[in-house]
Design a protein around this ligand. Structure first.
Ligand SMILES: Nc1ncnc2c1ncn2[C@@H]1O[C@H](COP(=O)(O)OP(=O)(O)OP(=O)(O)O)[C@@H](O)[C@H]1O
Length: 654
């Protein structure tokens, strides 16, 4: 078998390859020079001389403190840059980058002007007995100033590629922003964070210019290894080469170990199938739990931790891109349907308090108006399309997450979570990580996780979208069962008409951000109030104006209906595909609506055939038996006559 690689290599333009090779040589030659000139026989002595070991120790101390400072300040800054839109963001980003492009000596001068004795902050620091210039803390500040941008820029890339729906899901389960950050963002971004920190540390270790300018070159105080190299170069070039080799080796080990992760490419958008990153350390979780257990200010809107005795009727008014008022009795399942861009997701995000594009003016869940509460205090749980299970937690850990966020003790939270998993038939998967369960199982776990917090409103975004037809039918069945005991309203976004009709008690049809219909599935199927929903339900729908005998379409064509509406009413003529007949020759007799068209598409539906027949302004979907199709010799592109009885046409006023 021939490989495609040599062919690809053969196509490489020589005009690019030669300069690229020259660039590699240009970068490698100085390193080769260091290797060639290293005094290998005296290397151990050179590197263990008191002067060098003292500088090495100081370098390690300074670079690790600088890393600590950069992490404490830089991680929150990277998160804000990645997640929050604020005025002046480009300027802040430029400020972060500045130390990377400034000559380090200029950085040192700037530090003197900021933190030096006569700098802006110097006198204030002096009042507290702190003098930074020419001190080890000064060397730390200089190294952190130069190295922090590497951490911030690299981590921002990682966080940007981490989809915010994980943090948003955590919030909908009741986690405060800091908890979500520490228990979801940090563990999920851990590989990128480690890469960013390693890069930052390597840069701090090699820092020279800003350090010598701001902190001087005092042996044992600020004379780090790079400064030591500079001094050795004058008196002991062999020693300088040996120490340079040491710094080079450290830098190369760090960079090759990271394998390019600092670009953010190492941290792809996490999916349920991703290998699990590190879990948040227990100490962090405990600290957060302490925070979570602090009394919540708006207790009235807080998600209850005990099974609520009440039921939660929904009454809401949403404004913005999606504008509607909606009421639903406790236990009602509402299917939210509509064409792409109709505002379904915006509606869910408005109810969750997660978008500025629309917001709930009123969000009455029982007696509590949660409209003004932040997402984690609304009692509105959200199951996003792919479930957004946290990949670093087990199935049980995922399910217990919301309960823990609400301060339920670990043992009790895990016991309750196990019960929910058992109820949804996935209890045996408790110890698995989400990457090791199927899409259908992940859907159930995500539902268990949402139900476990006993929300007052449950939002499911296309819960069955990722499943194949067979699994979908099974999960649809169990979903209805599981939702049966739910004491709040449940909104399910779906594109699937079968799902809408079989799962829901009510169907909410959205178009252009407005509710065009909110009715029972039977009503919507009988009297669809938009062509889109009629077609979604597999019915023919033609919009026009009512006339004395039926409907006039915009192109001038007429449909005769047995039960006309008052003349002039904007209306929809709805006909099931089984009521549309096809003929080879123009039919005579009872049907009042007859026209000619061209067969555009033919699809088999079990023992029946569906034909889409197009004509000027009156495209029709017809469903006939396979034998009738054979008799008619139906073929795509062929011409046929279409007929619909006047009694089969339902006119629906719009
Ligand atoms: N962050 C955003 N900024 C600006 N416009 C947006 C944003 N998100 C969505 N939109 C726009 O708002 C409208 C409604 O989007 P939404 O995602 O709510 O629709 P949808 O009904 O969920 O669509 P789909 O079925 O395709 O998921 C669309 O026109 C979309 O382009």
């Amino acid at each position: 078998m021939t490989s495609t690689r040599p062919a690809a290599a053969a196509r490489l333009p020589i005009a690019l390859v030669l300069p690229a090779l020259a660039a590699v040589c240009f970068l490698a030659l100085p390193l080769a020079g260091v290797l060639a000139r290293t005094p290998w026989s005296t290397l151990p002595d050179q590197l263990t001389s008191p002067e060098v070991t003292q500088a090495l120790w100081l370098s390690l101390t300074v670079s690790l403190w600088a890393l600590g400072l950069a992490v404490v300040l830089g991680v929150p800054l990277a998160w804000i840059l990645a997640r929050v839109d604020f005025p002046g963001k480009p300027a802040v980003r430029a400020l972060v980058m500045l130390p990377m492009v400034l000559p380090p000596t200029v950085g040192g001068v700037a530090l003197l002007m900021g933190f030096g004795r006569r700098g802006l902050l110097g006198p204030l620091l002096a009042d507290f007995g702190v003098t930074l210039p020419f001190s080890t803390p000064g060397a730390v500040v200089a190294a952190a100033f130069v190295a922090m941008p590497f951490l911030v820029i690299s981590l921002e890339g990682t966080l940007t590629s981490l989809h915010p729906r994980y943090e948003e899901t955590a919030a909908s389960l009741g986690a405060r922003p800091l908890r979500a950050f520490l228990t979801v963002t940090v563990p999920m971004a851990a590989p990128g964070l480690v890469a960013a920190a390693a890069l930052c540390w390597a840069r701090a270790l090699g820092e020279f210019g800003a350090t010598i300018t701001f902190a001087g070159n005092l042996p044992g105080v600020t004379q780090t290894l790079p400064l030591n190299v500079y001094l050795l170069l004058q008196d002991n070039p062999e020693g300088a080469t040996s120490v340079s080799l040491l710094l080079l080796v450290v830098a190369m080990v760090v960079l090759t170990g990271l394998r390019g992760r600092w670009t953010g490419s190492g941290a792809r958008t996490a999916t349920a199938a991703d290998p699990a990153p590190a879990a948040a350390p227990d100490a962090v979780l405990d600290a957060v739990e302490a925070e979570a257990e602090a009394p919540a200010p708006a207790a009235s809107a807080t998600v209850p931790t005990e099974p609520p005795p009440e039921r939660w009727p929904l009454k809401t008014t949403v404004t913005g891109f999606t504008r509607l008022s909606l009421e639903a009795e406790p236990g009602t399942t509402v299917a939210v349907v509509g064409p792409n861009g109709a505002g379904k997701t915006t509606l869910l995000r408005a109810l969750l308090g997660l978008t500025h594009r629309a917001h709930a003016e009123q969000l009455l869940l029982g007696a509590v108006d949660a409209a003004g509460a932040p997402p984690h205090k609304r009692g509105v749980a959200w199951v996003p399309q792919d479930g957004a299970l946290f990949p670093h937690l087990t199935v049980l850990g995922n399910t217990a997450y919301g309960l823990r966020a609400q301060g339920v003790p670990r043992r009790s939270a895990r016991a309750q979570a196990q019960l929910w998993l058992d109820r949804l038939g996935v209890g045996d998967l408790a110890d698995r990580k989400p990457g090791r369960i199927s899409g259908g199982q992940a859907g159930r776990v995500a539902l268990a996780r949402a139900l476990a917090v006993r929300p007052r409103l449950l939002l499911l975004d296309e819960p069955l979208a990722a499943l194949d037809q067979t699994t979908r039918a099974k999960v649809r069945h169990t979903l209805r069962e599981h939702l049966a005991g739910f004491t709040g309203a449940c909104l399910i976004v779906t594109h699937d008409p079968v799902e809408a009709v079989t799962l829901a008690d009510r169907v909410l049809v959205l178009e252009d951000g407005r509710a065009v219909q909110y009715a029972s599935p039977a009503d919507v199927a009988r009297h669809p109030r938009s062509p889109w929903v009629a077609r979604m339900l597999g019915r023919n729908a033609w919009a026009g104006t009512a006339k004395a005998d039926g409907l006039e379409l915009p192109g001038g064509a007429r449909l005769v209906a047995a039960e006309p509406l008052p003349e002039g009413t904007a209306a929809l003529a709805v006909v099931g595909p089984e009521a549309v007949s096809l003929h080879r020759v123009r039919p005579s007799g009872s049907p009042r609506n007859v026209w000619q068209g061209q067969v555009r598409e033919l699809t088999a539906l079990g023992s029946r055939m569906r034909a889409l027949v197009t004509s000027d302004g009156l495209d029709a979907l017809a469903e006939i038996t396979a034998s009738a199709a054979a008799e008619l010799a139906l073929a795509e592109g062929g011409t046929v006559w279409v007929s619909v009885k006047a009694t089969e046409i339902t006119l629906v006023a719009l």
